[in-house]
Design a protein around this ligand. Structure first.
Ligand code: WTA
Length: 632
């Protein structure tokens, strides 16, 4: 595709053009794709409604761009290179031809099972090729996929299925994760007790575990495949038709189903993939994320495949069989671009350095980071030991809601700076907002990060709740998308993301809303009320600290702590478990009854000497009690 930016000057020219004339800028880029029909209008938008439409009137199918159009020129090139959890099990290489055939065949399986255009299909699978195949098969027939990360609990899965009213769920008998085997089907069975919309579950055999197949509901993937051929015409989709729903945490109990649409999402993920990672035709690219998160959607599947790339899917974990696993895979497949999260980098930094040095990492040309701010120490360790100071690092800031990378260096093309995501991609217009809600005009500044102009892959809504979309993202500042992050900008105009400014805490790169976790704690019959804050953690970036008020006469002890954590694991998933639980008699509240999380955060971080003025609290006396009982 002819939109690769190759020099800093070219970036500047492109950026300028994208701001001065966004429509012609994006139109030129969009012309690189296969459309069934071109657009009548490049962009219409109104952030006050909010309503955003890109490439209106155009029709396409994203799978024709990710698969069919490569068949002639790259049919025998590896599209997906699958690396199993256990290195002793062989790798699987699917060429573009093979992937195309498997996607079409499974699309026919979906059709045979009653799935129609516009239906929602829930995918709850481990990182096996079938996850990619099922996802693309949905897109092939215009069904809307809703992928749920296969580490979520039955309750979390059920609430997502119910919110989107999915009629089919796709899963596997079990999954492998390091030295553990997980009973995925059992989790799905539990979830399906309370999901009336599900008619069918399609089960892929991965582990061979003994599972129960429920009559008239559960069917085997391999048996269904026997009934179909591999010819499946791609459904003609409007550019603004829904491609998928992906849930992300919010500051209230219910997760938000972010809605992404076909045309703009395709254009932006492909464009940003090519430019940020500077992918060249025969490179091998590896993003270690799970496809259950947005990073996997955009930068394992759609962005790379739209560019005809070879993209690695990794089933395992960074520390199995040992802490050298990532580097072994890099050497084995001669990985050129490697994209991971700061939490993984920090964990691997703690492993013996021989586990890095015994592998040949000289294939690496580009390193990427995503999910949370990367601290200076991790940045330098990554640069020195993995990139050998010879592979530029793209620190990519973006969100589930933004669909694609927003602020990042273009590796080796625009300047990098440790701990800075640096400059916005072409088309992205970030602004910093001050405490009064005004845009800060000076270049050097610190404030809340907002975006003042739409880009093609911005989420269009919250599924089933457009008002919530408006309230969450477009109400803080008039005519601007609010990110929920704070940032500072240096005199070169480069951005450094300082972290969330709302009630979302990023733990090991996963977004966790405090309210949904507090709701679960409060459901325990011994608990009156609770508040969660994040505190700095060596590896996870942040970990969770809970302050919990118990009913009179109840003793707070470790048994209760275990009970609370197991309740959280059951309702949300193990990723939301609390590191520390302090039992308290009260929580610091303002006179209007709002919990002062700022104080709780400082105490948990050991900074109780700088609490500031607490005299305006309703109950200042609890602060001393909390400080005295703090868990270190
Ligand atoms: C944080 C992940 C600093 C940020 C793609 C954002 C980052 C949230 C970075 C979105 C980064 C992501 N530097 N912070 N490079 N990347 N974040 O929706 O707080 O899982 O708002 O999307 O992660 O997380 P999400």
């Amino acid at each position: 595709m002819s939109f690769q930016i190759k020099s800093f000057q070219e970036y500047k020219d492109n950026y300028k053009k994208s701001i001065e004339n966004p429509e012609s800028f994006w139109e030129e880029i969009a012309n690189n794709f296969v459309w069934k029909k071109k657009w009548n209008n490049v962009l219409s938008w109104d952030f006050s409604k909010p309503e955003i439409k890109w490439f209106e009137g155009a029709t396409l199918n994203i799978t024709e761009n990710c698969l069919d159009r490569h068949l002639e020129t790259r049919g025998d090139k590896t599209a997906i290179l699958w690396e199993p959890n256990d290195p002793k099990e062989g790798v699987i290489k699917l060429t573009y031809k093979e992937l195309h055939s498997k996607v079409c065949a499974f699309a026919n399986v979906l059709k045979n099972n009653g799935v129609k255009k516009g239906d929602r299909v829930c995918i709850y699978l481990p990182m096996i090729p079938e996850l990619a195949i099922a996802t693309l098969a949905c897109a092939r027939i215009g069904a809307i996929h809703s992928i749920v990360f296969a580490g979520f609990s039955a309750t979390a899965l059920a609430s997502r299925i119910n919110d989107a009213q999915c009629n089919v769920v796709i899963t596997s008998d079990g999954s492998y994760r390091g030295n553990k085997t997980i009973d995925l089907k059992g989790i799905v069975d539990d979830a399906l007790e309370s999901t009336p919309s599900i008619q069918t579950s399609i089960v892929y055999k991965r582990t061979g575990a003994a599972i129960e197949m429920k009559a008239n509901r559960d069917v085997w993937w391999h048996e269904e495949l026997e009934k179909v051929n591999d010819q499946c015409e791609a459904e003609e989709m409007n550019a603004e038709d829904m491609l998928f729903i992906l849930y992300t945490s919010g500051s209230t109990g219910k997760p938000k189903g972010m809605v992404h649409t076909c045309g703009g999402y395709m254009v932006y993920t492909a464009y940003s993939f090519k430019n940020v990672f500077q992918y060249e035709e025969n490179d091998v690219y590896w993003c270690t994320a799970d496809i259950g998160w947005i990073t996997g959607h955009s930068y394992i599947l759609y962005g790379p495949l739209a560019n005809g790339a070879t993209t690695i899917m990794f089933e395992g974990v960074p520390t199995y069989p040992d802490g050298g696993r990532f580097w072994e895979v890099v050497e084995k497949h001669k990985v050129n671009q490697f994209y991971t999260a700061p939490t993984a980098i920090r964990a691997l930094e703690k492993q013996p350095i021989e586990l890095v040095n015994k592998y040949n990492l000289s294939s690496l040309k580009v390193l990427g980071s995503v999910g949370e701010p990367i601290n200076a120490e991790a940045w330098h360790w990554y640069d020195d030991n993995i990139g050998k100071n010879n592979a530029p690092i793209a620190d990519t800031w973006w969100q589930t809601e933004t669909g694609g990378i927003m602020i990042s260096s273009l590796a080796g093309v625009t300047p990098q700076k440790p701990t800075f995501a640096t400059l916005p991609l072409p088309g992205i217009q970030p602004v910093l907002m001050d405490a009064e809600g005004k845009e800060i005009e000076t270049t050097e500044a610190e404030g809340r990060l907002a975006i003042k102009f739409p880009w093609p892959s911005i989420a269009r809504s919250v599924y089933g709740d457009h008002q919530r979309y408006k309230d969450t993202y477009f109400s803080a500042y008039e005519n601007k998308y609010f990110t929920g992050d704070g940032a500072l900008r240096n005199k070169e105009g480069q951005y450094r993301i300082t972290g969330r400014v709302d009630d979302v805490i990023i733990v090991s790169g996963h977004n966790l809303g405090t309210a949904p976790i507090e709701d679960v704690i409060n459901e325990h019959d011994k608990v009156v009320e609770s508040a969660i804050v994040g505190f700095p953690h060596d590896i996870k970036g942040n970990a969770l600290y809970a302050y919990v008020i118990l009913h009179d006469g109840v003793e707070g002890n470790d048994t209760l702590r275990l009970e609370i954590n197991s309740q959280i694991a059951d309702s949300i998933g193990p990723i939301a478990k609390l590191d520390k639980i302090q039992f308290v008699s009260g929580l610091p509240k303002t006179r209007s009854g709002k919990i002062m999380r700022r104080i709780l955060r400082k105490v948990a971080a050991g900074e109780h000497k700088s609490l500031g003025d607490i005299s305006t609290l309703l109950n200042p006396e609890v602060v001393d009690e909390i400080i005295n009982g703090v868990l270190v």
